[in-house]
Design a protein. Structure first.
Length: 332
């Protein structure tokens, strides 16, 4: 009986294809990805720096994404609620985190245990920017410099208060470090995001606020707030006239607030590569560069590998600061 050689070849080809599917399943999801809108989760209230940068990305994204990138604010739980939403999502690339690398990732785990592993349950995609951290006071406050503010605070017959975006995160810990090193009796009060914290100091409900430049510059230009100092090793190019903490005699410095994109554990390399490549193209658009300049945010795109290293380095820097100064993120 004569065998059908062509049939044998077809059967062999099918087995080969099946074997490739088993060996390389991670390549398949990107074939038709993305096929629906991508939800970019911002774990803070609208109007803060993370929200503003996320919306800038979403605005320019249509130039390099065939589907909408939709910003969804998920505030609450000191930045944890939105992260849990991402960690719990199906790892298919349609629910992604913006703000990965913020204090909730690099600082909070040193003072409390979040309901997920920051480095195991979230995979880095890319870094977009690093924002400096600043201290601001209402225009009515007599202090024009950090030194003058410290002197003013020590003369108050009460504990002064400062508004921060999130409990136990980078801004909170930085403000605590400033007050402890300067010898000022102060309490930080957390809110649902930077915008709410700034509103509080504008209304005179707190004496100062910790923030990033994007959250306060419009108020500074309008004469409602005054930036006293920036907490970086060197001055922030976006606000070059503002001296650092160290320049003004307070030996405190941090890495600032990293803003990057993360995805749930289990997301395929093919999907992560697609997101990294597409967001890189977005950041290279002149329109996006202009938006970031308006927000006073330096454009510091970093690929997955470099971003991952920056996350680990930042985690170690904040951990050392917390240990050396005996700081806590869970103030009573």
């Amino acid at each position: 009986m004569k065998r059908d050689g062509s049939r044998g070849i077809k059967v062999s080809a099918l087995f080969l294809l099946a074997g490739l599917v088993l060996l390389f399943p991670v390549l398949l999801p990107a074939a038709d990805y993305p096929a629906k809108p991508i939800n970019l989760i911002v774990p803070y209230a609208a109007g803060g720096s993370s929200d503003m940068v996320a919306r800038a990305l979403a605005k320019v994204a249509p130039k390099h994404f065939p589907v909408p990138v939709v910003v969804i604010n998920a505030p609450g739980g000191a930045g944890i609620t939105g992260r849990v939403q991402v960690v719990s999502a199906k790892p298919d690339g349609y629910t992604i985190l913006f703000g990965y690398g913020s204090g909730e990732d690099l600082v909070t785990p040193h003072t409390m245990k979040p309901p997920y592993d920051v480095f195991k349950d979230i995979q880095p995609v890319c870094q977009i920017t690093i924002a400096s951290l600043v201290i601001v006071v209402p225009a009515a406050n007599p202090a024009k410099t950090l030194k003058e503010f410290v002197a003013w605070a020590k003369n108050q017959k009460r504990e002064i208060t400062g508004a921060v975006s999130t409990k136990g995160a980078s801004v909170d810990i930085t403000m605590q470090a400033l007050m402890k090193v300067a010898g000022v009796k102060a309490k930080t009060i957390p809110f649902r995001g930077g915008a709410e914290a700034v509103t509080t100091v504008l209304g005179g409900h707190t004496d100062f606020a910790g923030a990033v430049p994007a959250e306060v510059l419009s108020h500074v230009k309008a004469g409602r707030l005054r930036i006293l100092a920036v907490c970086l090793p060197e001055r922030d190019p976006s606000i070059p006239d503002v001296p650092t903490f160290i320049e003004q005699g307070v030996n405190v410095t941090t890495m600032g607030a990293i803003r990057g994109i993360g995805v749930p554990k289990g997301t395929s390399d093919a999907v992560i590569d697609y997101l990294e490549s597409s967001f890189k193209k977005v950041t290279q658009e002149p329109e996006f560069a202009a938006l970031m300049k308006d927000l006073a945010h330096p454009l510091l795109f970093r690929d997955r590998k470099t971003f991952s290293k920056n996350l680990r380095d930042g985690f170690d820097v904040y951990g050392k600061l917390i240990d050396e100064l005996g700081l806590k993120g869970d103030q009573k």
